[in-house]
Design a protein around this ligand. Structure first.
Ligand SMILES: C[S@@+](CC[C@H](N)C(=O)[O-])C[C@H]1O[C@@H](n2cnc3c(N)ncnc32)[C@H](O)[C@@H]1O
Length: 225
């Protein structure tokens, strides 16, 4: 690779390389989901695919608040096999990502990944029952939710209240079709937004994830107090 990787918008650990987003691979030589690898001056970068990761899609679509840093503690709901968690793991090098996932099939791969990436803590649990993992998770700087469930806003708010530090940030990847496939997604986004506001959250930004994801909106939130 010829071009020097540039930091994206001063976001810690997020690079812009040859027109792609990328993160600095903390486990050189190991890919996670078949992503492309680029090398520059002995450093390895994993290309971050916005069609595989909604966080990458949100960044490319203009995310302004990037709350992650090297030491962040993150609670991640709906971690699946670890595609997005693996990029967060590159960014949050000295922090921790508590990864909640209720599918045993996904969890098997996540456990394998956590054996290579020690900042990923896999938790086989249901995000609708946060009291089940209250004893396993500390207060976090960032709550990230991507569960694609009808109750996704409720799950997000309950976990925020239990686990997020007062000054923390929440990122909800809202999938309209998981709430109602027959209704106009814009109406659903508006309803869910009022639900979040009524519960006392301040919405810092809303980002439509088109063209990478259809009928998805990212909400970046904090406590309104
Ligand atoms: C859209 S996928 C997540 C993709 C992942 N966030 C990524 O970007 O790599 C949604 C995941 O949420 C999980 N999920 C759905 N409902 C859940 C719940 N109540 N508790 C825990 N995990 C849940 C599903 O099993 C699925 O793996």
């Amino acid at each position: 690779m010829e071009q020097e990787p540039q930091l994206w918008n001063n976001f810690t650990g997020v690079y812009h390389i040859d027109n792609h987003l990328a993160t600095n691979n903390i486990i050189p030589g190991q890919k996670v989901y078949g992503e492309q690898i680029k090398e520059y001056q002995g450093m390895e970068y994993r290309i971050w695919n916005p069609r595989r990761s909604k966080l990458a899609a949100a960044i490319l679509n203009g995310l302004k608040t990037f709350p992650f840093n090297e030491n962040s503690k993150v609670l991640y709901l709906g971690a699946s096999t670890g595609t997005t968690p693996s990029h967060i793991s590159d960014i949050v090098k000295k922090g921790l990502i508590y990864c909640v996932e209720f599918s045993p099939r996904m969890m098997r791969k996540l456990v394998d990944l956590s054996q290579i990436r020690s900042n990923l803590i896999p938790i086989l649990e249901d995000a609708t029952k946060p009291f089940n993992y209250l004893h396993l998770v500390e207060k976090v700087d960032i709550l990230y939710a991507d569960v694609a469930q009808p109750q996704q806003s409720k799950i997000f708010m309950e976990n925020m209240r239990l686990f997020l530090k007062e000054e923390g940030k929440g990122i909800l990847m809202l999938k309209a079709r998981s709430i109602d496939v027959t209704r106009n997604p814009d109406e659903i986004f508006q309803e869910e937004e009022s639900r979040l506001k009524t519960a006392g959250l301040r919405i810092l930004q809303k980002i439509d994830l088109k063209p990478y994801e259809k009928d998805h909106m990212a909400f970046v939130c904090e406590f309104g107090f």
